[in-house]
Design a protein around this ligand. Structure first.
Ligand code: LLP
Length: 432
C-alpha cells in the first residue's frame, strides 16, 4: 500500500499535521518526544477547554428547559493540572473514591460541587466526603444507605443522597463498559427503589435529594439515554406520589468520542433532547446533573511512543514500541481501536504492522494490522488517549508510568514527571 498524503485527523481538534509533522497545538510531537522521552502522554489545553465549553454552551442553550450542573468524571483523567483547568471553568466533579476527592481538593475544586458515585464506598471514604462537605452521594443499595446513615450520625451531619437507578437499558457499547443492564452490578432496580425511599425516610441522617443513572460509556447515540430517562421520570412520578420531593436528576456520563469512524452526538445534540424530554414531561423545574468524562478529555490527549525494533516473522510484521499495555490498557482490555499515526509522516510503501509493547503478554498490543511507513527510532502517536489512559496505567513488569505534558499554544508544561525505578520499590521492605 502506497502512502502518499499526510493523514487527516477528523475529531482531534488542536492535533494536526503541519506539513508532514504532527503538532499538538503549536508544538511538534517529535520535539516533545525528544525533550521528555517516551512513552509520554501529551494533552492539548485548548482541546480540553473547547470540549468543556461545548458542555457549558449546551447547558446554557438548554437552560430554558432545565438548569444543568456539570460534574467531570474524575476517573477519566485525574491529573491535577487537568482537574485544575476544569475547576477554573466552574466545573464540579464526579468521584468514586476518597483518593479522587483528595485530588479534586488538591487541584482547587469545590467540594460543594462534588457528587460521589460508586457501588462500593467505604466508611472511611464516606466520612472524608461528609467532612469535606460534598454535595451528594449517589447510593446503589439498601446496605449502603444504612452504612451512610451510621457514618453521618457519627460525623454529626446529614448526608444528601440520590438513588442510582439501574434502568435496564442496552447502551449498545462494549460489555465491560455497559452499566445499565439488569445483569450489571450497578444501581438499584426500579421496583426496589420505591421501598428504599421509605427506608431513607426512616433514617435520620439521610436526606433524599435526587435520582441518578449512568448506563455505560462510549455511547454514540442518544436513543438509550432517552429510554433510560423515560423510566427514571416514571419512577420520579411514583416516588413523588408518596410525598417525597426530588431536587435533581443525574443523567450520568457516557457520551462517546470519535476513535476511528464513530460519529457521536455533540454535547448539545446529546443534552438537548434529554432536557426537552424532562421539560415536556413536566419535570423542568428540577436541576439536571451530568457527569461526562471521556468526552471532555479523550480526544485532547495522545500517547507518544518510539519504535524500538521492527521485527518480521514468517506470519507478520511487528513494530515493537516502548509503550505497552501497562501504559495504555484499552486495546488489550476492550479490544479498543485507537488511531496510531507517525510523528513525521513520509510517503512510501506501507507495511501492515502489529504495534506491540515490550511486556511479556500476547495481549500487549496498542494496535493491530496498521498500515505504516516505519523505521526503527520513529515516534508514533496513539490518538484519543486523553481518557482512561494514564489513569489505568500500572507498573506491570516493573515499568515506570509515563510522563505527562500539557501543551498550551507554544508553551509546554511537564505536569507529571516520568516515574523512576527506585520510586517503584522505595516503600517495600526486605525480610529481617
Ligand atoms: N459517571 C459514572 C457513574 C461512571 O461510572 C462513569 C464511568 C462516568 C460517569 C463517566 O463516563 P464517561 O463519560 O467517561 O464515559 N475504562 C473504560 C471506561 C469505564 C467507564 C466507567 N464509568 C474505557 O476505557 O473505555
Amino acid at each position: 500500500m502506497q502512502i502518499l498524503a499526510v493523514p487527516n485527523l477528523p475529531g482531534h481538534p488542536h492535533i494536526a499535521y503541519c506539513d508532514a509533522s504532527l503538532q499538538i497545538e503549536h508544538v511538534s510531537a517529535t520535539a516533545l518526544a525528544q525533550e521528555f522521552g517516551t512513552p509520554t502522554y501529551v494533552y492539548s489545553r485548548a482541546a480540553i477547554e473547547d470540549a468543556a465549553r461545548q458542555f457549558l454552551d449546551a447547558a446554557a442553550a438548554g437552560a430554558a428547559h432545565a438548569s444543568v450542573d456539570l460534574r467531570y468524571a474524575v476517573k477519566a483523567n485525574s491529573s491535577l493540572a487537568i482537574l485544575q483547568i476544569l475547576a477554573r471553568l466552574g466545573w464540579g466533579f464526579d468521584i468514586v473514591s476518597g483518593g479522587e476527592l483528595l485530588r479534586v481538593l488538591a487541584a482547587g475544586g469545590d467540594a460543594a460541587k462534588v457528587v460521589f458515585s460508586g457501588v462500593g464506598k467505604t466508611a472511611a471514604d464516606m466520612r472524608l466526603a461528609l467532612d469535606s462537605g460534598i454535595d451528594c452521594f449517589n447510593v446503589e443499595s439498601s446496605n449502603e444507605l444504612m452504612l451512610l446513615d451510621t457514618v453521618a450520625a457519627q460525623a454529626g451531619k446529614t448526608a444528601r443522597v440520590a438513588l442510582r437507578i439501574n434502568p435496564d437499558v442496552d447502551a449498545g457499547t462494549h460489555p465491560y463498559i455497559s452499566t445499565g443492564l439488569r445483569s450489571n452490578k450497578f444501581g438499584i432496580a426500579q421496583d426496589q427503589a420505591v421501598s428504599l425511599v421509605g427506608q431513607i425516610a426512616q433514617l435520620r441522617h439521610l436526606r433524599l435529594v435526587g435520582i441518578a443513572s449512568h448506563i455505560g460509556s462510549q455511547i454514540t447515540s442518544t436513543a438509550p439515554y432517552l429510554d433510560a430517562l423515560d423510566r427514571i421520570l416514571d419512577l420520579i412520578g411514583d416516588i413523588e406520589r408518596k410525598g417525597a420531593h426530588l431536587e435533581h436528576i443525574d443523567l450520568g456520563g457516557g457520551l462517546g468520542i470519535r476513535y476511528t469512524d464513530q460519529t457521536p452526538p455533540t454535547p448539545r445534540e446529546w443534552l438537548e433532547p434529554q432536557l426537552a424530554r424532562i421539560a415536556a414531561r413536566g419535570y423542568g423545574h428540577r436541576k439536571v446533573v451530568i457527569e461526562p468524562g471521556r468526552s471532555v478529555v479523550g480526544n485532547a490527549g495522545v500517547l507518544l511512543t518510539r519504535t524500538l525494533f521492527v521485527k518480521t516473522t514468517p506470519a507478520k510484521h511487528f513494530a515493537i514500541v516502548d509503550a505497552a499495555m501497562n501504559d495504555l490498557i484499552r486495546p488489550a482490555l476492550y479490544a479498543a481501536e485507537q488511531e496510531i499515526v507517525p510523528a513525521e509522516s513520509r510517503p512510501g510503501n506501507a507495511l501492515r504492522y502489529d504495534i506491540v509493547g515490550p511486556v511479556c503478554e500476547s495481549a500487549d498490543f496498542l494496535g493491530r494490522d496498521r498500515a505504516l511507513v516505519l523505521q526503527e527510532g520513529d515516534v508514533l502517536a496513539v490518538l484519543s488517549s486523553g481518557a482512561y489512559g494514564m489513569v489505568m496505567a500500572s507498573n506491570y513488569n516493573t515499568r515506570c508510568r509515563p510522563a505527562e505534558v500539557l501543551v498550551d499554544g507554544k508553551d509546554v508544561t511537564l505536569i507529571r514527571p516520568r516515574e523512576t525505578p527506585d520510586q517503584l520499590y522505595a516503600s517495600e521492605r526486605l525480610l529481617a
